[in-house]
Design a protein around this ligand. Structure first.
Ligand code: NAD
Length: 264
């Protein structure tokens, strides 16, 4: 199947480097004919993102730090003047102080709780509202989440709480924008080795455990996440909204370690 994204224009937020989940998604969207704009957070990331943007034929590469509302406004001002209409957005942004991605959730500070929620959860709502104003029928919005929202994952702590709120936001936004034909979904990816993923203490142990104990006995990569994103961003999923779709080799259905693991 080819050209699933032909004629569609979208904003992709969260490419930091070629390991980023957003990059896995952008590559697939580009292969299928999408025209995209990228954002990057600060000039250090910008230097890495610009060559990737070039590979994906992206001409609009814009700075955006979601902690600064005016930088979010500036992105949408540019999109409005350059494109007018928007067909899809990818929000692949998350952050928490890594000093709190270890130890007890109960020790989360007020300041980091607020900052984590603003960057990892509220930013999606803020961006979705602006994007919806530029969408007509058939708009698609996608964010990235993790199963630490539903079940306790060691050290994921406040990020799990933020992801639970993000998933709830997906349902409310899907209800808000559904009457206009705009769909809002989340992909729940299994652990992937990225900058953000490495911020969680002992991440490599979690990675190995999920690899050994998921039904498919393997981890996922950004190309697999990209393929599933293609489905949720394209008209293939025109009947799907408010959904959290797992791309985790099936790990979320498992209740205990595999028998071969237990018998070791
Ligand atoms: P990544 O480090 O490549 O991407 C995270 C992105 O968030 C970066 O581009 C960073 O610049 C951006 N970001 C952080 N704070 C920001 C701010 N204030 N303003 C604008 N951008 C900001 O890591 P990733 O793993 O590709 O993360 C993308 C998304 O996928 C995140 O929401 C993450 O929680 C989610 N996710 C990751 C995994 C995993 O195992 N890596 C699993 C499931 C979900």
């Amino acid at each position: 199947m080819e050209g699933l994204m032909k004629g569609k224009r979208g904003l992709v937020m969260g490419v930091a480097n070629d390991h980023s989940i957003a990059w896995g998604i952008a590559k697939k969207a580009f292969e299928h004919g999408a025209e995209m704009a990228f954002t990057y957070q600060g000039e250090a990331f910008g230097r890495r993102v610009k060559p990737l943007a070039e590979q994906a034929g992206v001409k609009l590469v814009l700075p955006c730090d979601v902690e600064d509302e005016s930088s979010v406004d500036a992105v949408f001002d540019t999109l409005k003047s350059e494109w007018g209409k928007l067909d899809f957005i990818v929000h692949a942004i998350g952050f928490s102080d890594k000093n709190e991605l270890k130890g007890l959730y109960a020790d989360t500070t007020r300041a980091n709780f607020s900052r984590t929620m603003l960057i990892s959860c509220f930013s999606f709502t803020e961006i979705a509202r602006r994007a919806a104003a530029m969408m007509e029928d058939d708009g698609a919005m996608l964010t990235l989440t993790y199963a630490g929202s539903m079940r306790v994952m060691p050290n994921y702590n406040v990020m799990g709480v933020a992801k639970a709120a993000l998933e709830a936001s997906v349902r409310y936004l899907a209800s808000d924008f559904g009457p206009r034909g705009i769909r809002v979904n989340a992909l729940s990816a299994g652990p992937v080795r990225t900058l953000a993923g490495a911020g969680v203490a002992d991440a490599r142990h979690m990675f190995a455990f999920q690899q050994r104990n998921s039904p498919l006995r393997r981890s996922v990569d950004i190309d697999q996440v990209g393929n599933s994103a293609l489905y949720l961003l394209s008209d293939l999923s025109s009947g799907v909204t408010g959904e959290v779709h797992y791309v985790d080799s099936g790990y979320h259905i498992v209740s205990m370690p595999s028998l071969e693991e237990l018998k070791k």
